[in-house]
Write a protein that binds this ligand. Structure first.
Ligand code: PMP
Length: 397
């Protein structure tokens, strides 16, 4: 049976849904699916780093030995052995993290949404870096905050700007390591000052850290989580150190906040898949990441260097860029009169893509900025793509 003349529905979306917009990046990614395009646009990790065989063996083992519990519903806070393992690895000699301070989430992106849901009212002041991670702006926007962009320089967020602008803020969202989009890192002194400033002002501080382990040399810098303030909410993710397709991340914070997030998560999706949590635990429990992460660091460092070298060779004077010490991104600032969106249109004609900087700003976008990712392109193609960009930029001078 079928209706003869169905009348089309005039969809009336909620006011909240009217806030939703497609991410600018997802739109660009559609263009970059073409194989001839040299894409510096994606935020995707390199698939060469995915431990496919190791994951396959772990799926096999979990399903054959614990198949019934792996395929059953599970607890909202997550798979206990994995939470215990993570709590231990996040603890330091003078900062103990307990398993009940952790909530497993379906990618840290879900953590951002849940945090918005439980901490942000309409009109709440939310402090963000200038620029900041587009996906966080998108996640928080749904809850209709007033964003306040705090000053950021080459050492990351300026704590004095948080003190000056933060009165009454409901949260500060910070990306201390190899920030998306700029690749910048917050200095250790600044970390401490930021934690201290937020604690003094009663502002919860989100430390979003998907890239922290991808440092090209030395050891990861200390986490603000371990600086003994009760107000830090830490977010970790397996997307950049294992694979993003498993959608697994975690939020760490004081137990009362975690219990509230757990209620929000129950409403959202009951819990994150048991199967993937058990598989990830199986993969990492004997220290696999300590051998695996250095291979990712080496690959990305090589590609980052190839891009920096090509930029010094082909970009004209007047163009500035960051020199990341880890992670996946370089941030470019063109001379003030140039518009990176126009540059993108021309670059796409020549099969090169990147992400214009505008959408990464909560307020006052800088149209002359853009983000480059180097991790999914070979050094030869990086050189080719940057040469094309350099020529297009020169033609605009
Ligand atoms: N935070 C930042 C800064 C990111 O760059 C990303 C991914 N691009 C996320 C969070 C979301 O990561 P996940 O895959 O864990 O949801």
């Amino acid at each position: 049976m079928k209706l003869e003349n169905p009348s089309p529905i005039d969809w009336k979306f909620s006011q909240r849904a009217e806030q939703l917009q497609s991410s600018a990046i997802r739109e660009i990614l559609k263009v970059t699916m073409r194989p001839e395009v040299i894409s510096f646009a994606g935020g995707l990790p390199s698939p060469e780093t995915f431990p496919v065989e190791r994951m396959r063996a772990a799926f096999d083992k979990v399903l054959s030995q614990q198949g019934k519990s792996a395929l059953q519903y599970g607890p909202t806070d997550g798979y206990a052995p994995l939470r215990e393992f993570l709590a231990d690895s996040l603890s330091t000699s003078d900062s103990k993290i307990l398993p009940d301070q952790l909530l497993m989430v379906s990618g840290s992106q879900q953590g951002l949404d849940l945090l918005g849901k439980v901490l942000v009212d309409e009109g709440s002041k939310v402090l963000v870096e200038t620029p900041s991670y587009l996906g966080a702006l998108q996640a928080f926007s749904v809850y209709r905050p007033e964003f306040e962009s705090v000053d950021t320089d080459e050492h990351g967020v300026v704590p004095a700007s948080v003190a000056a602008k933060g009165e009454g803020a409901r949260l500060m969202y910070a990306l201390p390591n190899f920030q998306n989009p700029t690749g910048r890192t917050l200095s250790v002194e600044r970390r401490f000052e930021l934690v201290e400033t937020c604690a003094r002002m009663g502002i919860p501080l989100i430390e979003d850290n998907p890239y922290g382990d991808l440092c090209y040399s030395g050891e990861p810098l200390p986490k603000m989580l371990n600086m003994n303030s009760g107000g830090v909410i830490y977010m970790g993710s397996f997307s950049k150190v294992l694979t993003p397709g498993i959608r697994l991340g975690y939020v760490v914070g004081p137990a009362p906040l975690i219990r509230k997030l757990e209620q929000a998560k129950q409403a959202a999706d009951l819990h994150t898949a048991q199967l993937t949590q058990m598989v990830v635990y199986e993969v990492i429990k004997d220290g696999f990441l300590t051998e695996h992460i250095p291979t990712i660091r080496t690959l990305y460092a090589k590609q980052c260097n190839a891009m920096l070298e090509a930029m010094s060779k082909y970009f004209p004077e007047g163009v500035q860029w960051t020199r990341p010490e880890g992670g996946m991104f370089i941030w470019v600032t063109l001379p003030a009169h140039m518009d990176s969106k126009q540059l993108l249109d021309e670059a796409i004609q020549q099969n090169v893509a990147f992400v214009p900087g505008g959408p990464f700003y909560a307020n006052n976008p800088a149209p002359n900025t853009f983000r480059l990712s180097f991790v999914t392109v070979s050094p030869e193609r990086i050189n080719q793509g940057v040469e094309i960009l350099g020529k297009l930029i020169k033609a605009k001078l």
